[in-house]
Design a protein around this ligand. Structure first.
Ligand SMILES: [Zn+2]
Length: 466
């Protein structure tokens, strides 16, 4: 537009709007082309709920709720599996390892397709049995898994993310489950930040050309994240988030949600504890397992007026919201010598603070784990010396009856400002009953107590399902 004098501008303002528009249009060069509107995100992939789990069949933990959300509330659901489940058993054939992974991810696609969920991805991490989340983060290639997950959050633009609880619990406590919860939380906090994987949100040079190396997605801040747990007993989640009754009857399907959940689960036939369980329930009519409520814990919310136990989509209106940065890692100020559980427990203490998961940090009053009978157990214990002087720290264990120490009780030299991880090792008692026991450690330095640690252990836990 040509520059206008002040007098002309005042004259234009005095004119009627229609005349003003006509005069302004007359000043626009007719040869100037009008650009096309900017491309919008692909609406076909928009999700209300993004489920991020570890193994094909993990989604069955919440299908009693998903049936309600999909069939009766018409919510769009997408799902991400961290691993194809290649280490699980096979109740149908001899297929194992990579072949089993191919089968199980197909079972998951068929199961979710029966619920109308067609947008399903697998991060391709190896199925890693165990209980230490750090092991799965290592084998999954943490950076690669997060890179993929952030992309899928930006593609599906979920209002809410549902995932496994990032915590160490007594129960199945699969390290892959925990890794899914960690990566989902990190992706929730990263997808709205354009400086994280910026290549994903850079505009391509020519989207209709070939070989573009910018992905053209947009940053996305999901509005809430909720967790579910594979703990033996999930009573600690009561009141920490919404609870969905599965015995209600679906108005659209005229079937209880628990039966719809069994009909989804039966696609996982390779798995004794899910597909075969559902097959038996559907054959016998015994749906006891499926009648448990679906319990969720609110991780955090990026929108105002979030009630702890309200529906996961309560009060959420569609559309983008500003990025809600997490607090981020801040080193704790420590002085002197101290002791704490190390390994995954130390990681989670920092992780919860960095990601504003204050509610999660308060779920379990005392750290816990489950241990088989007569099983060798390794407990990482972190001795910190935040003083300027070298310290000798004496660590002593107090064990339940029947336990045997292999390594742990000793005097440890710790340099100034050093964190020394002790890999304490024990063999649990070979008792046959399931019960809670407690392991205790005391630390002394320079003739005075510098800390103690308690760990609740549930013995005689069943083996780890995959
Ligand atoms: Zn699993």
């Amino acid at each position: 537009m040509r520059k206008m004098s002040i007098a002309v501008s005042i004259l234009l303002l005095a004119l009627a709007p229609s005349l003003r528009r006509a005069l302004l249009a007359a000043q626009t060069p007719s040869h100037m082309p009008v650009a096309a509107p900017y491309p919008q995100p692909d609406e076909r992939f928009k999700a209300d709920i993004l489920v991020i789990v570890a193994h094909p069949d993990d989604e069955t933990e919440i299908t009693g709720y998903l049936a309600r959300a999909i069939f009766d509330e018409h919510k769009r659901v997408a799902a991400i599996f961290g691993t194809p489940g290649n280490s699980g058993g096979d109740a149908v054939s001899n297929a194992q390892a990579a072949a089993l992974g191919d089968i199980r991810i197909t079972e998951a696609r068929e199961a979710l397709a029966s619920f109308g969920v067609l947008h399903v991805w697998c991060l391709g991490g190896p199925d890693t049995p165990g209980q230490n989340v750090l092991h799965s983060l290592e084998t999954w290639n943490h950076g690669n898994a997060l890179w993929q997950t952030v992309r899928l959050v930006r593609l599906t633009r979920p209002e809410v993310i549902l995932t496994w609880l990032p915590d160490f619990v007594a129960g199945e406590n699969h390290d892959d489950h925990q890794a899914a919860g960690v990566i989902a939380t990190e992706a929730y906090d990263a997808a709205g930040d354009p400086t994280v994987f910026p290549e994903q949100v850079a505009a391509p040079d020519n989207r209709q050309g070939v070989a573009n190396l910018a992905e053209g997605l947009q940053p996305w801040q999901a509005k809430r994240i909720y967790y579910f747990s594979d703990a033996d007993n999930t009573d600690f989640l009561v009141g920490k988030g919404p609870e969905y009754n599965t015995t209600d009857v679906s108005p659209s399907k005229h079937t209880p949600y628990y039966k719809l959940a069994a009909e989804e689960m039966v696609h996982h036939l390779t798995q004794d504890d899910t597909g075969q369980l559902a097959k038996h329930a559907l054959a016998t009519g015994d749906f006891t397992y499926f009648k448990q409520p679906v319990r969720l814990a609110l991780g955090k919310s990026a929108v105002a007026n979030t009630s702890l136990t309200g529906d996961i989509l309560e009060g959420i209106t569609p559309g983008a919201i500003p990025y809600a940065p997490p607090r981020g890692y801040r080193p704790e100020r420590r002085t002197g010598v101290s002791v704490e559980l190390g390994g995954p427990w130390a990681f989670y203490r920092d992780f919860w603070r960095a990601h504003n998961l204050d509610g999660v940090s308060e779920l379990l009053k005392t750290p816990e784990m489950s241990v088989g009978n007569g099983e060798q157990v390794h407990i990482p214990i972190l001795i910190r010396n935040d003083s300027d002087e070298a310290a000798e720290v004496t660590l002593t264990s107090t064990l339940p009856a029947g336990w045997k120490e292999l390594h742990g009780t000793a005097r440890y030299p710790v340099r100034p400002h050093e964190a020394y991880t002790v890999r304490a090792a024990y063999v649990s008692a070979s008792t046959a009953k399931a019960e809670w026991q407690t392991l205790n450690w005391k630390a002394e330095s320079g003739g005075r107590a510098v800390g103690d640690i308690s760990l609740r252990v549930r013995t005689a836990s069943p083996g780890l399902p995959q």
